[in-house]
Design a protein around this ligand. Structure first.
Ligand code: PRP
Length: 216
């Protein structure tokens, strides 16, 4: 039997999804050792392997088949635009992709002025402004602490994730427009889905029933 490989985005999401795998009887003791520098963890009995990667790289590993299954946020899936199947909404890590800025930017937005948009998600921002709103903007790619951009005058608005809204509040910014809801998803390589239909199908159905139970 070949190994079934699971790629998970590092961080909170990985911990929660490992707990879901555990409920399915798929354990990986090795992975719980936080001090370990090992990159890949194996469960020999089940012929399964798990690894943690930067969120943005998870769809890449899955598209190329280096991982059969991936667990990653919908923000990353949309941004990366890789060829893969999105098979389950895990309904964890719920948040929203929004256009945010100082309240005073609302007018510039509605008048379709040529504004600058700072974001970690240039593809999502492009798709929203160009394809959905038919509005020309200048997109500036940043790598973190996006809320700084309108404060220091790099851009008029930002496109970013809003979870509790406290980062915005503490920096005098507001949600101006909502782009889409986000949450963690399970994705599957398109060839693996056919070749390993039975094993992968079982995992998908298991996850789906947990999600259903928890969201009743
Ligand atoms: C994310 C996001 C916001 C914040 C939203 O940043 O970019 O800054 O969380 O959460 P809130 O609505 O609950 O305040 P993250 O902490 O992932 O770091 P980053 O600034 O490096 O993107």
């Amino acid at each position: 039997m070949r190994y079934l490989t699971v790629a998970m985005a590092k961080g909170r999401l990985a911990e929660k999804s490992l707990a879901m795998f555990e409920r399915l009887g798929i354990t990986c003791e090795e992975m719980k050792d936080k001090s370990s520098r090992k990159l890949i963890f194996t469960n020999e009995d089940l012929k399964m392997r798990f690894f943690l990667a930067k969120a943005n790289d998870v769809p890449t590993y899955v598209e190329y088949g280096a991982a059969d299954i991936g667990i990653v946020g919908r923000d990353t899936i949309l941004e990366e635009g890789r060829k893969l199947y999105e098979v389950a909404d895990l309904k964890i890590g719920k948040c929203r992709m929004c256009v945010c800025g100082p309240a005073s930017a609302a007018e510039k937005l509605s008048h379709h002025e040529l504004i600058r948009v700072a974001t970690k998600y240039p593809n999502i921002a492009k798709d929203y402004f160009y394809n959905k709103k038919h509005q020309t903007v200048e997109i500036i790619k940043l790598n973190g602490s996006i809320e700084l951009a309108p404060i220091v005058g790099l851009s008029e608005v930002i496109v970013d994730i809003v979870e509790t809204g406290s980062t915005l509040r503490e920096n005098g910014l507001v949600v101006l427009e909502e782009i889409c809801p986000l949450s963690a998803r399970m994705v599957v390589n398109q060839v693996s889905m056919k070749r390993e239909n039975e094993r992968i199908g079982k995992i998908i159905r298991g996850f789906q029933s947990f999600v259903q139970e928890e969201n009743q």
